[in-house]
Design a protein around this ligand. Structure first.
Ligand SMILES: Cc1cc2nc3c(=O)[nH]c(=O)nc-3n(C[C@H](O)[C@H](O)[C@H](O)COP(=O)(O)OP(=O)(O)OC[C@H]3O[C@@H](n4cnc5c(N)ncnc54)[C@H](O)[C@@H]3O)c2cc1C
Length: 411
């Protein structure tokens, strides 16, 4: 059975057009960074320029309606664009824009017409970059416990509080944020979502010094921030989905975040690196892969990678054909997170302490393998932890608590 996606001749002609467009527009000699924290401002600006140019073509958010700045394209055409960017080492969007991805989808579902017209085109055309602000010191897995308040004051809301583990390096133009709009109100019925311009007086942020905040593809983030809100006056127009209706909006946001945002249908660059290394690197005059134990571990890694690819392929099919989805997103995400840990253990067994070093003399594959060792631990948290993925799956499969079906846990 062939599990690969096949494209029609027309879609292949579209691919040729995208490829030649990218050859002309994509930045040349872009660095293949192990750690996205190392992305320079100059290279970040190149990513943003590519994003704007893709946006002008309608290729940045290809499947969104043209009237809001998308491309009005089909899921296979969007996949073609993603694959062609992947060939050059870029993602879609070519910069970290998780608030744009999740915020735009949520605004499409919950925004009023005039809000869609105002907020969607800048995101979909790459004019702004958006962070997603959910987590707080007392609200991680328990998202409904957010303490940042937004209290109505005339034609605005007064916002106070802080968000942690959010954002990325190189700042953002706006954020997509969940807050508490009724501090004395009932749990789940006191939450609301806003688009927040980051240049409003009283908004500030500072980087967090963490073990690692990106992933093998460098797309996750690059650096996490704490964002502070000190008496910020936020226009009431920016409230999306209605006051105290935020838990319903969260359902849209979280369903996507729990494993449906990471398509992962491109190349598995980590596997490519590991297999190349084991074939080429010699130990006592023989390639690493000549050791039967190493071959055993490589086979396990390959199986894990293929299972992950097939989960994502199935989810892509479910989404693009409009079929119902319940446990499949968290299932793929759970597998990704666990497989990352298994892979890092296997790499440690194959390479020993070299897998852990950043010493330029010893570091392997330009530091990507060392980065994977740190990244696999950190990857257990974003988008909801491993335990939270299991909780959601249990509910979707009908073996959870009585509150089955309610979204919980986030990232
Ligand atoms: C790299 C990275 C990127 C991130 N990006 C963002 C971002 O862009 N925006 C954003 O808002 N947040 C982001 N986060 C935050 C992320 O969403 C939270 O870390 C995550 O939701 C877990 O929350 P917490 O860290 O407060 O852990 P806690 O919720 O305190 O959990 C601690 C431990 O308890 C377990 N646990 C909690 N509840 C249960 C339960 N009901 N059943 C069983 N076990 C449970 C958890 O699984 C975990 O092991 C990011 C985090 C990381 C590490």
């Amino acid at each position: 059975m062939d599990f690969d996606i096949t494209f029609t001749p027309e879609q292949e002609r579209f691919r040729a057009r995208v490829r030649s467009w990218l050859d002309a527009h994509a930045p040349k000699d872009f660095p293949d960074l192990a750690d996205p924290v190392l992305l320079t401002e100059a290279d970040y600006l190149k990513q943003r320029r590519l994003g704007r140019e893709l946006g002008d073509e309608g290729w940045l958010y290809p499947t969104y309606p043209r009237e809001y700045g998308g491309g009005g394209l089909s899921p296979p055409e969007a996949l073609v664009i993603e694959q062609e960017l992947d060939r050059l080492g870029f993602t879609l969007p070519p910069y970290y824009d998780s608030g744009g991805k999740l915020g735009a989808a949520s605004i499409m579902v919950w925004g009023a017409e005039e809000q869609k017209a105002r907020f969607l085109p800048p995101i979909l055309k790459g004019r702004v970059r958006t962070w997603q602000l959910l987590t707080e010191p007392e609200a991680g897995s328990d998202l409904a416990n957010v303490k940042t308040t937004a209290i109505r004051d005339g034609d605005a809301y007064l916002v106070n509080g802080q968000k942690i583990f959010v954002g990325s390096a190189h700042g953002a133009d706006q954020s997509w944020m969940i807050v508490n709009t009724d501090p004395g109100g009932r749990r789940h019925q006191n939450l609301s979502w806003f688009i927040v311009p980051m240049d409003l007086p009283g908004v500030s942020w500072a980087p967090m010094d963490l073990l690692f905040a990106g992933n093998e593809r460098g797309a996750a983030s690059g650096l996490k921030q704490t964002v502070y809100f000190d008496n910020v006056r936020l226009p009431a127009f920016n409230l999306i989905g209605g006051e105290n209706n935020g838990w319903k909006v969260a359902g849209t946001h979280l369903e996507l975040e729990h494993g449906l945002m990471q398509t992962s249908l491109g190349r598995n660059q980590l596997m490519e690196r590991v297999f190349r290394l084991c074939k080429e690197r010699l130990r006592r005059g023989r390639p690493l892969a000549s050791n039967p134990r190493t071959r055993d571990l490589l086979a396990d890694m390959h199986v894990d990678a293929q299972i992950g690819r097939l989960f994502h392929l199935r989810n892509y099919w479910l989404q693009s054909t409009g079929r119902p989805i319940s446990y499949e997103g968290p299932q793929a995400y759970l597998h990704m997170k666990r497989a990352a840990l298994r892979t890092s253990k296997a790499l440690h067994k194959i390479l020993g302490p070299y897998a852990l070093t950043t010493d330029p003399h010893w570091r392997l594959e330009d530091g990507h393998l060392e980065t994977q060792q740190r990244g696999s631990i950190v990857a257990q948290h974003p988008g909801g932890t491993v335990e939270i993925q299991k909780v959601i799956m249990a509910r979707a499969l009908g073996v959870g608590r009585a509150a089955a079906g309610k979204p919980d846990g986030q990232g």
